[in-house]
Design a protein around this ligand. Structure first.
Ligand code: FMN
Length: 218
């Protein structure tokens, strides 16, 4: 092959390599942005379903902080706290937490708690529970998760924060006790976390100062 032809082939090959790499990089970047935007939209939607938007005038998504408590929030990784305020005064917050003992592993929760320690509501944000059995924890599948709204550690008392089969007040599902048992325990623990840290969780800035280790129940 004459040198000129070889050089032309090599240049074309190089050009296509550069174009291909650029296309992959561009697709990756725009997909990443779209995924982040979708996640943010889902979060805003869930937050406004749990804490009525007319109750606050700030942006809880940006007024957020990270906290860590493996025992009470179900993970050694930091969890998010989204704070709702009106005229600068605390109204409610929403915590992410994990029920690590679902039938198929972690169940991710968003738990909204009013300033007085009562639950504004709970939503399941991710899980791998069995369709038709454990997935009734999803608001889209059954009304079960709405049973938390208005509850607190005073109603019922902590020892009754169990499914009925274990002597508590929360329904289990027919043939599926493991999943609701895990969620009830995680919500109760999150309320315990709030009770321990409520004085500092609304402090502006990073709430990691609120992370002193305290003795926990399981
Ligand atoms: C294939 C399969 C999938 C199951 N998926 C779930 C599930 O997602 N959630 C659940 O609570 N139980 C599920 N179960 C049932 C549990 O094994 C268990 O029998 C049920 O939760 C009752 O628990 P208990 O004996 O502690 O009351 C599943 C069982 C099988 C065989």
């Amino acid at each position: 092959m004459p040198l000129k032809k070889m050089l032309l082939s090599a240049s074309l090959l190089g050009l296509f390599a550069v174009l291909g790499t650029s296309l992959v990089a561009f697709t990756y970047e725009s997909t990443r942005e779209r995924i982040a935007q979708n996640e943010r939209d889902t979060l805003v939607h869930s937050l406004s379903a749990l804490i009525p938007p007319e109750h606050y005038d700030n942006d809880p998504v940006t007024d957020s902080t990270a906290v860590t408590d493996a025992a009470l929030l179900g993970s050694p990784l930091p969890q998010q706290v989204y704070r709702a305020r009106k005229n600068g005064q605390p109204v409610a917050l929403a915590l992410t937490a994990i029920a690590p003992d679902g039938y198929s592993g972690d169940i991710n929760l968003l738990i909204a708690i009013n300033l007085d320690g009562s639950l504004a509501g709970v939503r399941i944000t991710a899980h791998r529970e069995t369709p038709g059995l454990g997935d009734k924890i999803e608001a889209a599948r059954s009304g079960w998760v709405h049973g938390f709204a208005g509850r607190s550690l005073r109603d019922p008392l902590p020892e009754k924060w169990k499914v009925k089969k274990d002597g508590g007040v929360f329904d289990q599902f027919t043939g599926a006790t493991v999943t609701p048992r895990a969620v009830v325990k995680a919500v109760r623990n999150a309320l315990g976390y709030y009770q321990q840290h409520r004085d500092t969780l609304f402090d502006s800035g990073d709430a990691t100062a609120a992370q002193q280790e305290a003795p926990h129940g399981g």
